[in-house]
Ligand binder design. Structure first.
Ligand code: SF4
Length: 306
């Protein structure tokens, strides 16, 4: 059956199976649907189990992802510009973030919009943003990334900002990190069209750097209004930047994960950014634990093992 799969579909299937494997749901990829796929999964399974042995101390632990000195300098206030090719900040997610300026007060929660009017209300916000030049990020933008998904979603994800793929397509989370987010959503038993996805800033920061204070402060009022319109039951902050801007306080991610916060009428769960999980797949189990908190709040049941 799988021999007739086109390469793109095959890649999607493999990515999904790898995601389940990293969560420990091994039965998903051990089912011998196709001999070639089964052989590939079996080989990857052995590699994965070696990795688990590493974590249990049978073998030396895998080294942590490297830190990035340029970003560290920026975070302690040196404000050295990052080169366009600088790696992204996510490997620093568990490090303490020193305080800088206080966060601006979030606007009052706006009145509830009936479900039938939410698509139109979101379009009004998009129209108001227009061809935005309110902050410096507009200078390097190809396409503004407003948000994507169901206007009546019960679950909303908030990331940091568009990357190169998102900037090119005008949609959030469409690159490799987006594929992983799609797999995370599928593992929750949902489809991407059933959730809503947006970012702290709607234009790509140069070199994928963390948005500056001024940029986040200028753009997040639009995000807050999107949240007010959609009224999700559960919000998932993907990474330290999203958590920081939603909660209005700089804290290490480790101190924010594993519990439910309150934000604009929603239950807010904090987890790792998919781009960080791509760099350090060992954290996928931690992310899955966070998503299970979200599922519990939504009344969703974990997928049964095959
Ligand atoms: S990031 Fe937001 S505030 Fe800045 S230019 Fe883009 S849409 Fe406007």
């Amino acid at each position: 059956m799988a021999q007739s799969l086109d390469p793109a579909t095959r890649e999607v299937l493999l990515a999904r199976v790898r995601f389940y494997r990293d969560l420990g749901l091994t039965e998903y990829y051990r089912r011998p649907v196709d001999p070639a796929l089964a052989a590939q999964f079996a080989a990857e399974s052995e590699a994965s189990e070696s990795s688990v042995q590493n974590q249990t101390g049978v073998l030396p632990p895998t080294p942590r992802a490297p830190s990035f000195p340029l970003l560290s300098a920026e975070r302690v206030g040196n404000h050295e510009p990052q080169p366009a090719s600088a790696p992204h900040a996510y490997p620093l997610e568990d490090q303490p973030i020193p305080p800088r300026k206080p966060f601006p007060a979030a606007p009052e929660i706006s009145a509830a919009v009936p479900a039938a009017g939410r698509a139109a209300a979101l379009q009004l916000i998009r129209d108001e943003i227009g061809d935005c030049t309110r902050c410096p990020l507009h200078k390097g933008r190809n396409k503004l990334v407003f948000g994507d998904g169901s206007p009546t979603a019960r679950l909303m994800f908030v990331g940091e900002g568009p990357g190169a793929d998102e900037d090119a397509q005008g949609l959030p989370f469409v690159g490799k990190a987006g594929q992983l987010l799609n797999n995370m959503i599928a593992a929750m038993g949902l489809r991407r069209e059933e959730v809503y996805i947006a970012n702290v800033v709607k234009c790509r920061p140069p070199g994928n750097r963390v948005p500056e204070q001024e940029e986040g402060a200028t753009c997040t009022p639009f995000l807050f209004r999107q949240i007010d319109v959609i009224r999700p039951q559960v919000l998932v902050a993907l990474g330290a930047t999203a958590a920081t801007w939603l909660l209005g306080a700089r804290q290490p991610l480790a101190g924010l994960r594993g519990r439910v916060h309150a934000f604009r009428g929603a239950q807010l769960i904090v987890t790792y950014h998919p781009a960080y999980l791509l760099r350090d797949p060992r954290q996928k189990k931690e992310a899955w634990a966070d998503l299970q908190i979200a599922m519990r709040e939504l009344g969703l049941k974990p997928p049964a093992k095959a």
